[in-house]
Ligand binder design. Sequence first.
Ligand SMILES: O=C(O)CCC(=O)C(=O)O
Ligand SMILES: [Fe+2]
Length: 284
Amino acid sequence: MNIKAVLDLETYPLDQYGSNAYWASVEAARVGLRADGCAVIRNLVRPDALTLMTGEVATMKPTTHYSETEINAYFGTESDPNLPAEHPGNIFLERSSGFVPGDSFSEDSIIDQLYRWPPLIQFIADCLEIEEIFCYADPLACLTINVLNPGQQFSWHYDNNDFAVTVLVDKADDGGLFRYAPGTRSRSDENAAGAAAVMLGDDGPVTTLDLRPGDLQIFRGRYSLHQVTRVSTDSCPRHAAILAYTQEDGLIGGLTRTQQLFGRVLPIHQEQSDQTVRQDVLLD
Ligand SMILES: O=C(O)CCC(=O)C(=O)O
Ligand SMILES: [Fe+2]
């Protein structure tokens, strides 16, 4: 399938860079990103392409690595005696979902073609008001499917990259909702108390997204605590494609996180470990 048939380019003319209609699509997304760090481009993927994507996910699904663990807001699994007991680093919640890794996608995958399509990459950068972004060079974490089977959930956490791009492929009939608390922390302020309150059930600051298959979501997940609620035991599974981009080219994930998410590391992770240098004071 030609990439141009995958997307609704009549509504969102990503292939007409610089046109008024192009900038109108960008501006609409910027409104959401500026307001609360989240934008949803509704029905960007056409229904026919979505059916093919569902099939691709079904084919790759046996390669999912599930990690049933209790994690804190930073994906950590060990408590920290130097932090107060009520700190988000010491609150552990169930994460039982799994990831289909980047090296499971075939050469002709439509999801992979979408991920690497230059006009989409340009569009996402424009929405985020960033000059340039790159496909994440990590062969496992670049493009993944987040799998939540019946009974599974993805607990409250921060991402360790500045923004995330997601396409919902299969929606759960019950549960599996993406929820976020906008701006629970900033580059300079961890706001432990506010984040802990959300993790322990304070719904006040929480927004629940009505995400539907074919929607593309751009989300600043480093600053807003977020979760995917438990998929009901009698629901179908939820599958979301996670398109990872970086602002610097050539980055590779760290050894610990890679092992945790995918159950293995590749030689490239061993060679390039410890290269990540954070630009902020956040815990991770
Ligand atoms: O599946 C989703 O919608 C988001 C998953 C998520 O937050 C993550 O992979 O970090
Ligand atoms: Fe996340």
